[in-house]
Design a protein around this ligand. Structure first.
Ligand code: DGL
Length: 253
């Protein structure tokens, strides 16, 4: 039964999902979090759909043996590929995925031009195309940016290499977007550099806060909220001390 289970498991291909974890902790500080980053297999965003599905199911199988009441898939790529499979495999678990925050952008600019920067897997999956169809008034520009993921995994969040990459990916959209959606959980960590390239007129959005809100809503609905004390446990498949330090630093940012 749900009632005895304690942890909210949060999963990403690497350290990116920490951008969602920090929103969860901010919103629900009394919960116990178990964060798992699969950095040994990152980036997911340039893998085949089958590979992403296999890695995501394996991570969920491991996490859901561990006293977990809810699983937050804090990875747009894994959500796009595997959220339906996860829900089918674990019908009794609360499973929340993250999607590019297109709705938030389209609510704000229903007839606007909206960029969605994400991995090429997220952008090619059917789930994303169905999402675009829900906002027929908006013009959506699709911007793959797989190369940012290894930079963030290395802790490179600003500086000439990040600027050059962003200039290359975003340069042609400067002055043309009302909003830019960061559709990969690694990207909020380079949001300042993105804003610098795009200029102040483009609204930069991500789905972290919305995902935390939805997680809280689902837990409350099921009567599964915890009164504390809260805790955060971080694990990573790469078994690399540098990544553990980076994860802790990103959580504090
Ligand atoms: N953080 C993941 C996302 O939200 C993907 C990063 C990767 O390519 O592994 O899409």
């Amino acid at each position: 039964m749900h009632t005895k289970k304690e942890y909210i498991a949060v999963f990403d291909s690497g350290v990116g999902g920490i951008s969602v974890l920090r929103e969860l902790v901010k919103r629900m500080p009394n919960e116990k979090y178990l964060y798992f980053g699969d950095s040994a297999n990152a980036p997911y965003g340039s893998r085949s759909t089958q590979e992403v599905r296999g890695l995501t199911m394996a991570a969920a199988d491991m996490l859901l043996q561990r006293n977990v009441k809810a699983l937050v898939v804090a990875c747009n790529t894994a959500t796009a590929v595997a959220i339906n499979d996860l829900r089918a495999a674990y019908p009794d678990v609360i499973i929340i995925g993250i999607e590019p925050a297109l709705k938030m952008a389209a609510d704000r600019f229903p007839r606007g031009t909206i960029g969605v920067m994400a991995t090429s897997v997220t952008l090619r999956e059917e789930k994303f195309h169905q999402q675009i169809e829900r906002f027929p008034g908006a013009r959506v520009e699709v911007i793959p940016a797989n190369g940012l993921v290894p930079m963030v995994e290395k802790g490179l969040l600003e500086g000439p290499e990040v600027d050059a990459y962003l200039q290359d990916a975003l340069g042609k959209y400067v002055g043309k977007l009302d909003a830019l959606v960061l559709g990969c959980t690694h990207f909020p960590f380079v949001a300042e550099a993105v804003q610098k390239v795009m200029g102040e007129k483009t609204l930069i959005l991500d789905g972290g806060e919305g995902t935390a809100r939805e997680t809280e809503r689902r837990l409350a609905e099921a009567g599964l909220c915890n009164d504390g004390p809260g805790s955060v446990q971080i694990e990573n498949s790469a078994g690399d001390a540098r990544l553990m330090t980076l994860a802790a630093e990103l959580l504090e940012r």
